[in-house]
Design a protein. Structure first.
Length: 131
């Protein structure tokens, strides 16, 4: 990339053009534009744009030395979760207890050996294991 192209990119970026628009105007891949801007510290978007709530779109205040928040409140967080939560059914495994030999169903865990905590204790520390 020539210095002329780099200077043109910096001019357009300072005018407020987006990466996509600059890439279209100069016929250069958008990823190249982003790289040039990052290396010449023209990215500026992170400092100028405040993060917005994923649910309502309101700007979120950023606290120093804290993890960036994605929601403005608990109300928005729960509303987003209920709107976007897709409850995938977990797989049921039909297994036999290693202690009492009863059949039991394990949801989402095919490595389970015992039907209950009592059977685990009986098998681990001794005992009949029969309930």
């Amino acid at each position: 990339m020539t210095t002329d192209e780099k200077s043109r990119i910096s001019e357009l970026r300072k005018q407020g053009c987006t990466y996509a628009k600059i890439a279209e105007m100069l016929s250069i891949p958008e990823s190249t534009i982003k790289t040039v801007c990052r290396r010449t510290r023209l990215a500026g978007d992170a400092d100028e744009v405040k993060p917005k709530c994923k649910q309502c779109g309101q700007p979120i205040t950023v606290k120093a030395k804290c993890k960036p928040r994605r929601f403005c409140s608990d109300k928005c967080r729960t509303a987003w979760w209920f709107a976007n939560h897709s409850a995938k059914p977990k797989t049921e495994y039909h297994l036999t207890c290693a202690c009492c030999r009863k059949a039991f169903v394990s949801i989402g865990n095919k490595a389970r050996k015992y039907c209950s905590h009592e059977c685990y204790i009986a098998a681990r520390f001794g005992g009949s294991g029969n309930k």
